[in-house]
Design a protein. Structure first.
Ligand SMILES: [Zn+2]
Length: 263
């Protein structure tokens, strides 16, 4: 019997990353709504006339047609739906986009993460229209932790599970949440968390986005939020998140208005 034609399927995808492969091919890491994260091969993408070129850059939202391969599936057609151009043209938003993609990559393995597709797509759209960056990025971090089973405990003590008032809370990065006054001597490596920082994190975790995005964040507060969340994202991933450091360097906090937050 002759070899059968390869099985072909279509899917929407967000390109998470790419790397060099043999000859003019690249391996493209994509996130899809059905399969989740997977590596696929883009043959000939480095050739000048490749139809795939330009449609598979990291952060691109696209329609793909793939053929099932022996090891990796082969991308046969790619059509950009959105490249989120505004994000590409602003250093702060571009760095945030790179960070968000890296988070998805670090918190998934092949064949998982299909439930991150929609939240990621929504986040890339919000980033592109320049919405409140603090609410967009920290809201995404907290949702990612929730979906992947790492929901931080922002209302109950991680040690005794009692409800903790924001004024009396301590922070445990390793424990993944807050520690009450009674337990603080029992839990190693705790630090202080300011009440307003905890209040904003609670809002980002549990309020509807439209409401939490209305909170005014000043530069000092954003520095505290970023420090806590970057530390948490690295600790749970159990590896470095390089773009988190980059994000702190770009320091969008300086662009934020001076203002106070919810009391
Ligand atoms: Zn406790």
């Amino acid at each position: 019997m002759n070899a059968r034609a390869p099985r072909v399927y279509s899917t929407q995808a967000i390109v998470i990353g790419q790397r060099e492969f043999v000859e003019a091919a690249k391996i493209i890491t994509i996130l899809t709504p059905d399969i989740g994260k997977q590596d696929s091969v883009a043959k000939g993408i480095l050739k000048p006339k490749s139809r795939l070129a330009g449609h598979l850059e990291p952060g691109t939202y696209c329609d793909l047609e793939l053929a099932v391969g022996k090891n990796l599936d082969i991308i046969r057609e790619a059509q950009t739906i959105s490249r989120f151009r505004a994000s590409q043209q602003n250093l702060m938003r571009l760095t945030t986009l790179v960070y968000v993609l890296e988070l998805v990559d670090k918190y998934t393995v092949d064949g998982t993460g299909s439930d991150l597709f929609e939240p990621l797509l929504v986040t890339l759209k919000r980033l592109d229209i320049g919405e409140n960056l603090s609410a967009v990025v920290h809201g995404f971090e907290l949702m990612l932790l929730e979906i992947t089973g790492f929901r931080p405990s922002l209302n109950q003590c991680v040690n005794c599970l009692s409800d903790v008032n924001s004024v009396q809370a301590n922070w445990s990065q390793d424990g993944g949440g807050i520690v009450c006054g009674q337990c603080v001597s029992l839990v190693p490596n705790t630090s202080l968390i300011e009440p307003k920082v905890l209040k904003v994190l609670r809002a980002y975790q549990s309020w509807p986005y439209e409401e939490s995005a209305r909170i005014t964040i000043d530069s000092y507060l954003e520095a505290q939020l970023s420090k806590i969340m970057h530390g948490l994202m690295k600790a749970f991933a159990e590896r470095d998140i390089k773009s988190a450091d980059l994000l702190e360097e770009v320091s969008w906090r300086k662009e934020l208005p001076e203002g106070r937050v919810i009391s």
